[in-house]
Ligand binder design. Structure first.
Ligand code: 2PG
Ligand code: MG
Length: 429
């Protein structure tokens, strides 16, 4: 019996930064219904799909999403009523066609993604299947290695330093649960290291990591390496480091402005610096090391470091197939960061992880810096088989909803933990 969409409802809710976002409820004729909540970024790439905001300064400083909510209830809902909720591709194609613009700027990618996810979850409820299993289809699901934010800078910590994320990658563990235990110990050890180095910590940054005003961008790498050791783990072997440079956000007039370090670098200077740091610290992943439109620079960075580390495109690709194809052709990166709301439907999101695998690239499913308590993306990460997931840190409930969901999936299934196998091409021995 087909699972038919009966009705969609939508609501303006708040994300983890207290900014409005969209929630959608899908009800099927079987009686099953489910909600989905849409995340929102801060360090957004120029080529992302459009997040529709009202622009009415009298409400939430113009950031309200009432128009997106209305688009779900008045336009998208009636158009998908009667469709088969289990046929995600047909549903998403209808949504894409209804909008009709490349960036989903007419109806809003936030409105469209809410519908795409809510219908998928309602279908999984009706089928009595865990969401990850319903989403996985022919793919090989697994528990992903989390890439966990320990120190934050850039737009997630009021520009305390320029680099945005210093992440712990706990690949050398047999289970997801053991990996979580390790990163929690490292997060705590990082607090102790930072205090011992004389810095004041008064709270956590947007993604739950520490956001200290350290003396230099490199110093966070020292602190994180020391924290891994102090927590009792072997850097590089059990736990490696990831960087999200998010460099588009401090690139001005042709230069990367590392104000904290008193340095201005061009692209070759950035590549040199990243290479030096990869020599000195157990760096296994470098995201957005160069700005979002420097295709030649990216190819040079990947040629220089791509055998030793994951060269990961976030703002570069924005989960957009045209940009991903260009990156594959030009060897601009060896990995793609995948965010549902950068593109706006589940079908397009899976297209990116599937294409990466086919092209021999790695993929990392990611949350946004503005999240909600919805853990949909955790199921997506499992279903994609990507083997890597970027959930933010191990504090703040919008982050823990994802960790806790993955712990639950691991406990209730036989799925393997992706572990060090994901990084085999970089880790010798
Ligand atoms: C990123 C994300 C998550 P934002 O840059 O990778 O860390 O941040 O959602 O602000 O784009
Ligand atoms: Mg990023």
């Amino acid at each position: 019996m087909p699972l038919t969409v009966r009705r969609l409802r939508a609501l303006e809710i708040l994300d983890s930064r207290g900014r409005p976002t969209v929630a959608v409820e899908a009800e099927l004729t079987s009686g099953a219904s489910a909600w989905a909540q849409v995340p929102s970024g801060a360090s957004t790439g120029r080529h992302e799909a459009c997040e529709l905001r009202d622009g009415d300064p009298s409400r939430y400083g113009g950031e309200g999403v009432r128009q997106a909510v209305e688009n779900v209830e008045r336009i998208l809902g009636p158009a998908v009523e009667g469709m088969d909720a289990a046929d995600q591709q047909a549903l998403d194609e209808r949504l894409i066609a209804l909008d009709g613009t490349a960036a989903k700027s007419r109806l809003g990618a936030n409105a469209i993604l809410g519908v795409s996810c809510a219908v998928a979850r309602a279908a999984s409820v009706a089928l009595g299947m865990p969401l990850w299993q319903h989403l996985a289809g022919h793919r090989e699901p697994c528990l992903p290695v989390p890439m966990v934010n320990i120190f934050s800078g850039g737009l997630h910590a009021d520009r305390s330093i320029e680099f945005q994320d210093y992440l712990a990658i706990p690949h050398g563990f047999p289970t997801f649960a053991a990996a979580v235990e390790a990163v929690v110990a490292i997060h705590r050890a990082a607090f102790r290291q930072t205090k011992a180095a004389g810095y004041r910590l008064t709270g956590v940054a947007d993604e739950g990591g520490w956001g200290p005003h350290v003396a230099s961008n490199e110093h966070c790498l020292e602190l994180l390496t020391a924290a891994i050791e102090q927590a009792g783990y072997r850097p590089g072997e059990q736990v490696s480091i990831g960087l999200d440079v998010a460099s588009s956000h401090f690139f001005e007039d042709g230069l990367y402005r590392l104000k904290t370090d008193g340095r201005m670098l061009d692209a070759p200077g950035m590549i040199e610096t990243l290479a030096e740091w990869t020599d000195r610290y157990p760096v296994l992943s470098i995201e957005d090391g160069l700005h979002q439109d420097d295709w030649d620079g990216w190819a040079a960075l990947a040629a220089r470091l791509g055998r030793r580390a994951q060269i990961l495109g976030d703002d570069l690709f924005t989960t957009n197939m045209e940009r991903l194809e260009r990156g594959i052709r030009s060897r601009a990166a060896n990995a793609v960061l995948v965010k549902m709301n950068q593109i706006g439907t589940l079908t397009e999101t899976f297209r990116a992880t599937d294409r990466a695998r086919e092209a021999g690239m790695l993929a990392v499913v990611s949350t946004r810096s503005g999240e909600t308590e919805d853990a949909f993306v955790a199921d997506l990460a499992v279903a994609s088989g990507a083997g890597q997931f970027k959930p933010g840190s191990v504090t703040r409930s919008e982050r823990l909803s994802k960790f806790n969901r993955l712990l639950e999936i691991e406990a209730r299934s036989d799925l393997p933990y992706a572990g060090s196998a994901v990084f085999r091409r970089f880790i010798s021995g």
